[in-house]
Write a new protein. Sequence first.
Length: 395
Amino acid sequence: MEKWQDRTESEKMEYIRQTFQNHEMPVDSFSDLIMKRIGDEGMEKRAVRIGGKNLLKKSLVVASAVAVLGAGIIGSGFVSPVMAETLKQIPVVGSIFKGIDDKGLNAAEEKGLSTAPNQSVTHDGVTLKVTDAYYDGSRLAFAIEREGIDNDKMMAEMIIEPIEFDPEVIEQQYAKVTMNQSERGLLGSAEVKLPNGKELESQMSSSGDVEGKKNAILYDYRNLNNVEALGNEFELSITVPVTQIAEPFEIKVPVKKVTEGIIKLDLNQTKEAEEFSYTITKLELTPATSRLQLREEGKAPTVKEKDGYTTSEMFYEIVDELGNAFSSSGSFNLPAIVYPMVDKDFSPFPQTPKTITVKPFTYSIDESHKELRDEEGKQVKHYYPELEQTIQVEQ
């Protein structure tokens, strides 16, 4: 089954743990709950399909000699087993970004903002090629095509050994993650290194198979942290492990930063109601993403909930003057906890907005952190109009 698989729970765990270690906040009562939630998330198989309403038809490319020879064979209605096996292993043609269910990458591809590096490496008869790349300073995404393997799957199953968090240990504690080696030619998580040799830092990353495009995988990194000094053009080193192949695939990829359509605002807007307040510190709009950074203080608001449910932590929705609205996600749905730092990623607006209104809201969650849903299956949200703020976007 082709799907987008989230591989970032251990990274989220480290981010939350570091947040708690680096900021003074009353979280003692949440430590066990947070660690349990992290452990639960690490063992759950979370997947979101990458698809599209207008998926590209799978096209095949063969060398000219094979194409000439194959024309007569295929035209006659006969395909030899050898030829059929060869055709199965050849990847699709065209941009991987086009047609997938990602508004940002679709828009970037349509506007000609993504690039086609076409850098490849071959080991043991398997070739990986970076076909598409997008980078705007806040988001990095690249697609890889695989040749030499006939398998509907691209991503290897990740085996995560849960860790027992020890609050007395100051050093970072990492869960051990390995790849299931039972099938050959499946890809693991990519290691992305910057020109200075340091690994790329992001608040959220994901990778997975692309529905409708066999032999294609997408790696996506959002809310980047350590890229300010890189400039507009540089080279990344991308290393990808592949099951049953000893040598990792290291691909050098030239990257060009998208500079048009970028808006960055440094802000200091605060809204307070009762015992809770939040301060918006930064807004960033790009063709492929929207990013909001803020600080929370005080006591998280709660509302009267249905029996068996409690109020979640605070989430945020951003809405432009035309009513285009996007909600934040990617959290653990913890009960009414306050974060000293919040860095949220949203879908991009279809056009540059004049104003953006930030609307805080919470979910009703049960003991398993699952949201209460209405009769239509939609998540029940509680908004806080008294905490809404409007940002004037400079153009």
